[in-house]
Write a protein that binds this ligand. Structure first.
Ligand SMILES: [Zn+2]
Length: 293
């Protein structure tokens, strides 16, 4: 009887382990969202930062280390954006954790052409790290994540590759309707607070006339704001995109001086559901279209 019970318990444990999901932690919800899509039923993904967090500086909490201690894969944004994640990974002491730099396949914009010093700002030492807002880069991120999943969980390699191809074709299909939406406003020049929108602007042919920050990570001086007033008038800028986690004093000043409309938009998606990153792009362009009328 006792032997039968032990055998039954072993069978249950074995069944549980063969159905155990691969746990993927990510610095940002956009990357967790893509991991959910590519991973499908075999993966459980979570994000450390929220869509409302400043991705350059996330406060490291012990609970994050506990979550990463139980993860199989960790997705970093890379390019110096989420250096805070290193502290979480170190604190997690998880020797089986596979750390993946999702910028691996991306061609990087705004790479410094000379040695980085304080005059160039303090947050983008390796070029612009906000690459996830170009859907084509979303596909490159998905490829990198699929490679990592296949390595960690070869048993489900076929499913991961099939999901990746579905992600690729769905993104390519949707790109034309996103472009149609964006075309309605693409001829408008915009101002942004930070350089979070460079890849988005390139993908959808927006003209970023200037940034409120003179260099990444440095708030604007009075003389820089005076220059921006001129730029807004000269380039007929009608919209300023302001990340919700940076001070909006500069944007509000420009709105008072010139009548420009300020739109608060987070460059990250709000949850980790699959394809949220795609849906958010169309929402941005609709929002911008409304403000540009
Ligand atoms: Zn940045």
């Amino acid at each position: 009887m006792k032997t039968t019970l032990i055998l039954a318990a072993m069978l249950v444990l074995n069944a549980a382990s063969s159905f155990a999901k691969i746990t993927v932690g990510a610095s940002l919800p956009d990357f967790a969202s893509i991991a959910s899509y590519v991973g499908g039923d075999n993966v459980e993904a979570f994000s450390i930062a929220r869509s409302t967090s400043d991705p350059h500086s996330v406060e490291v909490l012990p609970t994050y280390m506990v979550r990463v201690a139980r993860a199989d894969i960790y997705l970093k944004v890379g390019l110096g954006l989420d250096q805070w994640a290193d502290q979480i990974i170190e604190g997690a002491r998880n020797s089986k954790l596979k750390i993946v730099d999702c910028s691996a396949r991306v061609s990087v914009l705004e790479k410094p052409t000379r040695k980085v010093d304080a005059s160039m700002g303090d947050v983008h030492p390796d070029g612009n790290p906000h690459y996830w807002l170009d859907p084509a880069n979303g596909v490159l991120i998905a490829e990198t994540i699929a490679d990592a999943l296949v390595l960690v969980d070869p048993e489900h390699a076929e499913a991961y590759r099939a999901n990746l191809e579905r992600f690729r074709s769905e993104t390519e299909q949707k790109m034309s309707s996103w472009k149609l939406e964006a075309d309605k406003i693409a001829n408008h020049s915009i101002l942004t607070y930070h350089s979070s929108w460079s890849y988005f602007a390139r993908a959808f042919e927006f003209n970023i006339a200037a940034k409120i920050e003179p260099v990444p990570g440095i708030p604007p001086s009075a003389s820089h704001l005076a220059l921006l007033v001129n730029t807004i008038r000269k380039d007929k800028v009608r919209v300023v995109i302001q990340e919700p986690y940076f001070s909006d004093d500069g944007a509000n000043y420009l709105a008072r001086e010139t009548g420009v409309s300020v739109t608060k938009l987070s460059p990250s998606c709000a949850d980790v559901s699959p394809l949220h990153i795609s849906r958010i792009l169309i929402r941005y362009s609709r929002h911008l279209a409304r403000c540009s009328r």
